[in-house]
Design a protein around this ligand. Structure first.
Ligand code: 5AD
Ligand code: SF4
Length: 444
């Protein structure tokens, strides 16, 4: 049997797309290889949000090209955002690539493999005009009890630093009936947690005369799904109706990812984020008031063109004031073709490094404090498997999306109550209540 291997870079949407790529290849009769070394078809599902994933892909591609020199029948397929961004140059930059496709033209991989008989001719993309939802393809899920569900593709925002609108195109919402049918089917298969995915989930439905709040309520009504998550929302579209739906829907988890990007209104304007520092803080406060126990996570960029020390201090102030449960911090990386890449006053690498270190310190302090406040509470944990650091422990996530390592016995996919005993800035630790009770009953 011919075998494939998929390497995934980037965000959850890519993780979802890779599960569809795997499903599609299995439908063609290929089996999954444990590593690229054992595969007849290697697929790279790339990302180009910053320079780092580009460089990482180049290194992987170097290895694959070397393997192909020894085994010319090896098929190398490159998809995703980097492939789309480099559409004009990919085949000349990487002559060993056999087939390339973009995030919206995933089925072309199967068409090409099917028709081309595995590598007889160099295949191309399909065009952006024929973008389709990867959600229509067969799926090979990594975990039986968790699933990604795509609700939209593309993005209509114009954030000046971001390459995504250029590579993923204009926003198109998936029909609510299709989303709900998929979720009902997943629930029937034993899926307990679904994560709704879109580049900007809360602008969902504007092209279909519906809304994200309505969708959340409809998904909440599907029997059998215990946890609903979604990513990523844009603060500008986080309206009252969504906050209310989050507060009222029992299955919607008490967690929101609310990308701040900067705490300086001046920089936010240059980023074209369309909210101010004050508006962001008001939103976070209103959300916490309406949704008891809400966890907030965020993304922050340092070193955007023109960012002064004062602008950066404002970012530190907002991060400290809001108190995030977790945060992804990034050094600004110019992306060719974006508005910000052409701006004057690009910031020195040394200044960027210094700022990110200071930011990480403030983020960690806040997260450690917020996690420490969970000690002594009982949290519901969805078990994912053994702990990554100590296989005698179990690992799972709370509704607030914090990783917990704990003692006890349970199967992956089970919901278990865990007494939280210790905390760091990134994880919690504790013991399953069931086992604690059994031990105390045995003692008395
Ligand atoms: N440089 C650095 N970080 C970026 N992000 C998006 N584009 C860039 C860039 N050019 C970050 C944003 C976004 C996250 C997914 O990646 O914070 O929310
Ligand atoms: Fe990377 Fe953005 Fe594409 Fe996701 S959408 S893979 S983060 S470039």
């Amino acid at each position: 049997m011919r075998r494939y291997h998929v390497t995934t870079f980037g965000c959850q949407m890519n993780a979802h797309d890779s599960e569809r790529i795997k499903g599609m290849l299995e439908e063609l009769g290929l089996g999954e290889a444990p590593s690229p070394d054992d595969a007849d078809v290697v697929v790279f599902n790339t990302c180009t949000i910053r320079e780092k994933p580009d460089t990482k892909f180049a290194a992987y591609m170097g290895d694959a090209a070397a393997r192909k020199r020894e085994r010319p029948d090896l098929v190398i397929a490159v998809g995703g955002c980097y492939a789309e961004a480099q559409r004009e140059r990919l085949f000349s930059m990487y002559p060993s690539v056999d087939v390339a496709f973009g995030p919206g033209t995933i089925p072309h991989l199967a068409e090409w493999l099917g028709a081309g008989g595995f590598g007889v001719a160099r295949g191309a993309w399909g065009t952006a005009e024929e973008r389709t939802f990867a959600a229509g393809l067969p799926q090979h899920r990594q975990r039986s009890f968790q699933a990604w569900v795509q609700i939209s593709m593309g993005c209509n925002s114009v954030c000046s630093y971001c390459i995504v609108p250029a590579v993923r195109g204009r926003e198109v919402s998936r029909r609510p009936g299709d989303v709900l049918a998929e979720i009902s089917q997943l629930a029937a298969q034993g899926v307990r947690e679904v994560t709704l995915l879109g580049q900007n989930v809360n602008s969902y439905g504007r092209d279909l005369q519906t809304s994200f709040a309505e969708l959340l309520r409809a998904v909440d009504a599907v029997a059998g799904v215990d946890r609903i998550r979604f990513t990523s929302p844009h603060p500008k579209d986080f309206r009252r109706d969504v906050i209310e739906a989050m507060g009222e829907c029992a299955s919607v988890c008490e967690h929101a990812h609310l990308p701040l990007q900067s705490g300086s209104t001046r920089i936010l304007k240059a980023m074209r984020r369309t909210y101010s520092r004050e508006r962001y803080v008001e939103l976070a406060t209103a959300m916490r008031a309406a949704i008891p126990d809400l966890a907030l996570s965020t993304d922050v960029i340092v070193g955007f063109p023109g960012e002064s020390e004062d602008d950066f201090r404002e970012t530190l102030e907002v991060v400290a004031e809001v108190g995030f449960d977790s945060a992804f911090t990034f050094v600004y990386s110019p992306r060719q073709g974006t508005e910000a890449a052409a701006m004057p006053d690009q910031i020195d690498e040394e200044v960027k490094r210094d700022r990110i270190e200071r930011l990480v310190e403030v983020v960690q302090r806040g997260a450690a404090e917020r996690n420490a406040s969970r000690v002594g509470l009982v949290e519901e944990v969805l078990v994912e498997g053994p702990s990554r650091t100590d296989p005698s422990l179990l690992r799972g996530r709370t509704r607030r999306n914090t990783t917990v390592n704990f003692t006890g016995s349970a199967e992956p996919g089970e919901l278990v109550d865990v007494l939280i005993e210790r905390a760091t800035s990134t994880t919690l630790a504790g013991a399953a209540v069931r086992e604690l009770q059994a031990a105390s009953a045995a003692r008395s």
